[in-house]
Design a protein around this ligand. Sequence first.
Ligand code: NAD
Length: 286
Amino acid sequence: MQQQVDSMAAEYGRTPSLVVIQVGNDPASTIYVRNKMRAAEFCHIRSQHLSLPDSITEQELCAHISRLNDNNDIDGILVQLPLPAHINEDTIIRSINAEKDVDGFHPDNAACLWLHQPLQTNHKASIYDPVPDYGCTIACTPKGILSMLASTGVELDGKRAVVIGRSPIVGKPMAKLLLDRQCTVTIAHSHTADLPAVCREADILIAAVGKPKLITKDCVKPGAIVIDVGISRLPDGTLSGDVDFEACKDIASFISPVPGGVGPMTVTMLMQNTIDCYKRRLNGKH
Ligand code: NAD
């Protein structure tokens, strides 16, 4: 990625740039933001951490975003979630220019994914491997998981996939990406009856819930690929995924750990999304 960034900067006379906005001092957010800034530095992406006080109003935050939207030198804007309760997250996400929405949370990007249509009508899709070029920003976590699945070398076409969790930032986009890869997809959630039986049908099982060790060995079909998205902090301070890793690792053909699996891939995809937003913004001008 560094070489890609360096050569684009040399060719176009400008380095891809990312602004990460953090409101308040939530300790988990501080760690996530730090990881994103380090990754940007590693990839030679120009980055700025805009730290704003908890007391900021929704209107003031929107004004900061509007200024960044109008700044031609900025390619990516990310607002670290969660936001303080007095700020409406949907309003803030909508206030980001969809072409700079590197998280892929803006409704325009979500719609483009579901309709498989680019943000810009003049978009020329490049052949991307392993994640197809939708011409919009795909949320980093599901995009990273698709990349992880590709790295297993397992053919996805025709496989049964079960995604546990239906959030707009992980479960739903993940299901759509797998559908587009010709999987037969089930989305399970908090009201799903007999979750273990549903999970046992999966060749590809993706857990995005946030409940430590919800997925036991009784939920895993022998040979399945198991991807653990969940991150929960246990009372002893350690991190746990949704999957009982030790119990499932000998049943699954591939299994991702927590920490160290989906998390780092998500940050990597944020860097890729920043580069892609930069490229799309260049295309829009030429
Ligand atoms: P969310 O709270 O928005 O969604 C959780 C989903 O789990 C819901 O759709 C709910 O229906 C489902 N659910 C709850 N209890 C259930 C149960 N008992 N059985 C089946 N389904 C159940 O969460 P989210 O934002 O999608 O995140 C999910 C998890 O993934 C969290 O732990 C989060 O921290 C983690 N996460 C990790 C990354 C990463 O980069 N590694 C990124 C995003 C989210």
